[in-house]
Design a protein around this ligand. Sequence first.
Ligand SMILES: [Zn+2]
Length: 330
Amino acid sequence: MKNAPVCKVCGDCNVSHVASFVLLGIIDSRTWKCGNCNSFFRDPLPSESELQAYYSTRCVRHSEKIEQELASSQAKWILSALLEEGVDSKKLSYTEFGAGRGWLLQAVAGEFGSALGYEPDGSSVQWGRDNLHINLQSGFVDIQNVSALHSEMSIHSMSHVLEHLNDPEGVLKRIADLGETFLFLEVPDGACEGQVMKLDVSPSSSMGQHFISFTNQGMQRFLHRSGYEVVKLDHVGDRKYYSKRVMVLELQNFIRNQMDFLVADEFSPKRGVICFFLLTANCFWTMLKVSILELASKFGYRTRSSMPVLRVLAKSSSARDVQSRVPADG
Ligand SMILES: [Zn+2]
C-alpha cells in the first residue's frame, strides 16, 4: 500500500492495513499487521503531549485481589528466571517504570538489593506509599532517573507499559545504552490480542490505548533492535480469554455492514426483511454464546489474571559483552 509505514516491531516493509479508526478519540489512525512478524501496530500516533494529557485523566485499576495475584505470579516468574540464569537477585537493584500503585514492587522488594518504582500518576504514587510502604516516586523513564542507577547491576521492569508508549524502541535503547542491565517485560500476547485489535474500532475502547501488539517472534526482533537479547520468553494465560469480546465485536461489525448494505442502493421491502431476519438471528446467537461464557466466568473461569501475555527476561547486549569478558579478565 502507498505510504504504508514500516513495522514498528521488526522494521519490515511487508505490512497490511486492517482497520481505520479515531485513536483515543484524538487522531485519525490505522491498524496495521506485519506480514513478517505477525505483530499489530497503530500508525499514526498522538504526540507525546497529547498522550500526557490523555493519561492525566485516566487511571486503570483492577481489584486489589487481582492486582496482588498478578504481582505475585510475576514476582515468582522473575526470580525463577534469574535463578535459571545463575544470577543472585540480592546483588541486583530493581527499578520499575510505570509501576502503577506498586503491587509488583512490593512483591519483589525483599528479594533484591534495592527496589524502586516510578509512576507518572500522582494519586497512584501516594496510594502505594501510604498502603504498601514502598519506594515509589513520581516520574517515568527520565534520563536522570536511569542515569542515577548506572553504578550498579540492575534489572529494569515494565509491566503492561510498552504497548502504551509513543516510542517504545527509543525508551528501551536509552536504558540499554547505560550498560549492564536485565529487563523484565510483560505485554499482552499479540497472537491472541491481535484479533481484537483488528475488529475493535471504538475510539473509547481500552484496547484502543494499545499501540503495539507483540507476537513472540516480533518481541524477539524488537528487543534485538533495541539493544537486548532474550534470556527467557514464556506465553502465560488463557488463549481463549478474548472469545466473548471477539463475538460482540463481530456482531457490532455485522450490524454496521448490514446497515451499510441497507442504505447502499434504493431501499426495497425484500432487502429490509432479509436484513431484519439476519440481524435478529445473529443477535440471538451471539447473546446465547456470550451468556454461556458469562455464566462460566461466575464460577471463576477467565478473570483479568488469565489474560494471555508474553513474559520476558532479557539482557542488554552490552551486559552480555561484560559477562563474556569476565573469564578472560580473571
Ligand atoms: Zn514486523
